[in-house]
Design a binder for this molecule. Sequence first.
Ligand code: HEM
Length: 205
Amino acid sequence: MFPHLSRFKTLSESRLHLLKQVVFLSSCLPALVLATRTAFGTLGPDPVDTLTRNTGIWALNFLLLTLGMATLRKLLGWLWPLRMRRMLGLFSFFYASLHLATYVSFDHFFDVAGMLNDVIKRPFITAGAFSFVVLGLLAATSTKAMIRRIGAHWKPLHRLVYLGAISGVLHYLWLVKRDITEPGIYIIVLCGLLSSRLMKSRSRR
Ligand code: HEM
C-alpha cells in the first residue's frame, strides 16, 4: 500500500531489540507519572478517581495498540509489529491490574462482598471484570513454555483478545452518564481494527 515505507518491512535483530527497549520504557512512563503524582499528592481533588481513570484508560490504550500491530502489518507490510504484541498485551494487563488494585484497595477497602455485589449488579463492572479475566488468561498463557504446552489450541485461545477488547470498551461506554464522545472514539477505533481483521480473513478464504 505504501511502497516508500517498504524499507521498514524488516528490522535487524539489534534494531528490533533497541525498538523493544524504547517501547518498554515508553510504556512504563504513564505508571511512573502516576506514581510521582501520588508521591507528591498532585492527583487532584479526587486521587482515587484520577488513579482509577488513568490506569483504566492506559489498559484500554495498550489493548487497542496490541490489536493495531496486526493491522499495521496488513496495511504497511511490516513484519516486526507482530513481535511487539506480547509486550504491549502484557502492558495492557499490567495497567488493568493497577486499575483493579486501585478499585479493590482505595475504592472498596478490600470489601469482597461489596465488590461481588458490584460485579453482579453493575453492568459496567461486570463487563470490566470479564475483560480483566480475559486479559489475565492471555497474560498467563503468553510465555514460550505455555505456547508450547497449549500447542494448536493457543491461537484460538488468544482470539479471546477480541472479546476482551469489546468488553473493555463496553465497560467504558456503560460507565459514562452523558457524554459518550471518548468511549465513542474507542468504539470507532475498535470497529476499524476488527473490520480489518474480517476483511483479511475473508480475502484469505
Ligand atoms: C474487575 C475489573 C474492573 C473493575 C472493577 C473496574 C472498575 C472501574 C471503575 C470503578 C471505573 C471508574 C468509574 C467512574 O469513574 O465512575 C472504571 C473506569 C474505567 N475502566 Fe475499569 N474496571 C475493571 C476492568 C477494566 C479493564 C480490564 C479495562 C480495560 C481493558 C478497564 C478500563 C476502564 C476505562 C477506560 C475506564 C474509564 C476511564 C475514564 O473515565 O477516563 N477497566 N473501571
